[in-house]
Ligand binder design. Structure first.
Ligand code: ADP
Ligand code: X2W
Length: 276
């Protein structure tokens, strides 16, 4: 079982990802495709005149500030543009795909976050009333039945909150949760960088491997990459054995990642429980 997350970075090539995945599906691999779409969300917001803001937590992890209008734009962009494009690309490559947000079939249940800590002008402030949440449960049964019928589930935020509303969640963490729930052997996070870079300004500085510790960030890792490391850590701690962050801009991004391209994540030995 393979979970692939196609990043919303504008340079990631969704057609190449889908063509590559179709080969793996035809070879008998069960695949779940997760997607974000931050560039598409930002573009649609500009066209609609809805201002977009981000919050940066004290640990450097950034998330979209999600008020009611932002949530609507997010839903329109992900469910109305990015997802149908991926479903059509898979269909065009001969693979049946079924698009779902976390709301469909209660696929992703989440608890609303009451407050957020964010750094504004160097000061930590508390932000309330954001429409975002933390995933608490995954409807693995729904995914397994789609997979058993030969479909590729194509999954994205938002998630379903306990009060019946939709909430924004990060797509990398969605992918990690699904990989854990489905006991996937591999989780591949594809983005617009060739892996985790030692120097974010130097594309050639890819770290082939990176051992993560309990909670600490990693030097030189910022913004969207910081949340990928959070997701990678969650997947590894939940028992997913192979987690890779790799380039989504290449011709065969998934095959390349499975063949060793990008950065392979592990947990540093000191953070693992001692063997019995
Ligand atoms: N050390 C780093 N290595 C690689 N990318 C980094 C690093 N630090 C920050 N980044 C940025 O993180 C981006 C990936 O995050 P993001 O754009 O949110 O991904 P996506 O939308 O594809 O999920 C990279 O394109 C790069 O601009
Ligand atoms: C809470 C939060 O920030 N959610 C993300 C969901 C989309 C996403 O994750 O898109 P990428 O894969 O392009 O990053 C957002 O609103 O941008």
């Amino acid at each position: 079982m393979l979970v692939v997350k196609c990043g919303g970075h504008a340079e990631v090539d969704p057609l190449a990802v889908c063509r590559d995945l179709s080969g793996l599906v035809r070879a008998g691999e069960q695949v779940v495709l997760v997607h974000g779409g931050s560039a598409e969300v930002d573009g649609l917001a500009r066209r609609l005149g809805v201002p977009m803001r981000r919050m940066v937590a004290p640990d450097g992890v950034s998330a979209r500030r999600t008020d009611a209008a932002t949530l609507e734009v997010l839903h329109l962009a992900l469910a109305g543009a990015v997802k149908p494009r991926l479903v059509r690309a898979l269909a065009g490559a001969g693979v049946s795909a079924v698009g779902l947000t976390g709301v469909d079939g209660g696929l992703l249940l989440a608890r609303r976050k009451g407050t957020h800590r964010a750094v504004v002008n160097g000061r930590t402030v508390i932000i309330r009333g954001d429409h975002s949440g933390r995933i608490t449960a995954v409807n693995g049964r729904l995914l397994r039945s789609l997979l058993a019928d030969g479909h590729v589930p194509v999954v994205s935020p938002p998630a379903l909150a306990e009060d019946g509303g939709a909430v924004n969640v990060d797509a990398d963490r969605v992918a990690a949760m699904l990989a854990a729930e489905l006991r996937a052997t591999r989780l591949v996070l594809l983005t617009g960088a060739s892996g985790v870079l030692a120097d974010p300004a130097d594309e050639r500085s890819v770290r082939p491997t990176l051992a993560l510790t309990g909670t600490a960030g990693v030097d030189g890792v910022r913004a969207g990459m910081a949340i990928k490391l959070v997701a990678a850590r969650e997947a590894l701690l939940a028992g997913v054995p192979g987690v890779v962050i790799a380039d989504g801009r290449s011709a065969q991004p998934v095959s390349a990642a499975l063949a060793g391209a990008g950065t392979r994540l592990t947990m540093a030995p000191t953070t693992m429980r001692p063997a019995r």
